[in-house]
Design a protein around this ligand. Structure first.
Ligand code: MG
Ligand code: ZN
Length: 220
């Protein structure tokens, strides 16, 4: 008789326990934390770059960037005004997990920050399965990716607390049916708060900033 060992389940349980520990550390320091997820190129780093100047006098921000290689994104976050920017190179892993964030938190004095922005590795599949301990999960979708993504990656859309639809300045040039996209989102995650915006032109960014600031204030 064969015995099946639920390896994946055990890994996820261990991850969830450490995510709870991360959350406790963030809460103890009064830091509100978001986990930003998206496919590569949707505009996670651009969103962070556009967001940081709006928070300059309102919140002390640390950014943790996950990428398979390079420190390009952390360098961009630091240049845009993050008080601390830590790059995690996953060495091939296509998502961040709670262990990696735990390591990054060890490098920060959390009492110096109000907001922690975590930029996950660009991927629309596994980041949804690995809790980090952050308070809110944010998905960045973008117009050039196409309007069918909620239908193709339901797991990602189901688990998030807010949705940013980036690159709306490209709507006139791309066959992106907003109603079809929105129907797919609503079926998976009814009443999901959604911010259509353009990181390039700045259109729509204020509503996103307001939401973020409200959440930071609630936490501190
Ligand atoms: Mg990036
Ligand atoms: Zn992965």
């Amino acid at each position: 008789m064969t015995q099946r060992i639920p390896v994946v389940e055990n890994i996820l349980n261990a991850n969830d326990r450490l995510a709870e520990e991360n959350r406790a550390r963030l809460d103890a320091a009064g830091v509100f934390a978001v986990n930003i997820m998206a496919s590569p190129g949707a505009g996670k780093t651009s969103l962070i770059e556009q967001t940081l100047p709006h928070l300059a006098d309102l919140a002390r921000v640390a950014v943790v960037d996950g990428d398979i290689a390079t420190s390009i994104d952390a360098d961009r976050a630091a240049a845009a005004g993050a008080q601390a920017a830590i790059q995690i190179n996953t060495g091939g892993e296509c998502h961040l997990d709670a262990v990696m964030l735990h390591g990054a938190l060890n490098q920060l004095d959390l009492t110096h920050f109000d907001l922690l922005i975590v930029e996950n590795v660009g991927n629309l599949v596994c980041p949804a399965s690995f809790k980090l301990g952050t308070h809110k999960s944010i998905l960045v979708a973008s117009v050039p990716e196409g309007d069918d993504k909620p239908y193709k990656y339901p797991g990602m859309y189901r688990g998030v607390d807010a949705l940013v639809v980036n690159k709306i300045d490209l709507l006139p040039y791309i066959n992106f049916r907003m109603d079809f996209f929105t129907s797919g989102v609503q079926a998976l995650n009814p009443n999901l708060i959604t911010f259509p915006l353009s990181c390039r032109t700045g259109e729509g960014i204020d509503a996103w900033i307001d939401w973020l600031i409200q959440n930071v204030k609630r936490k501190t």
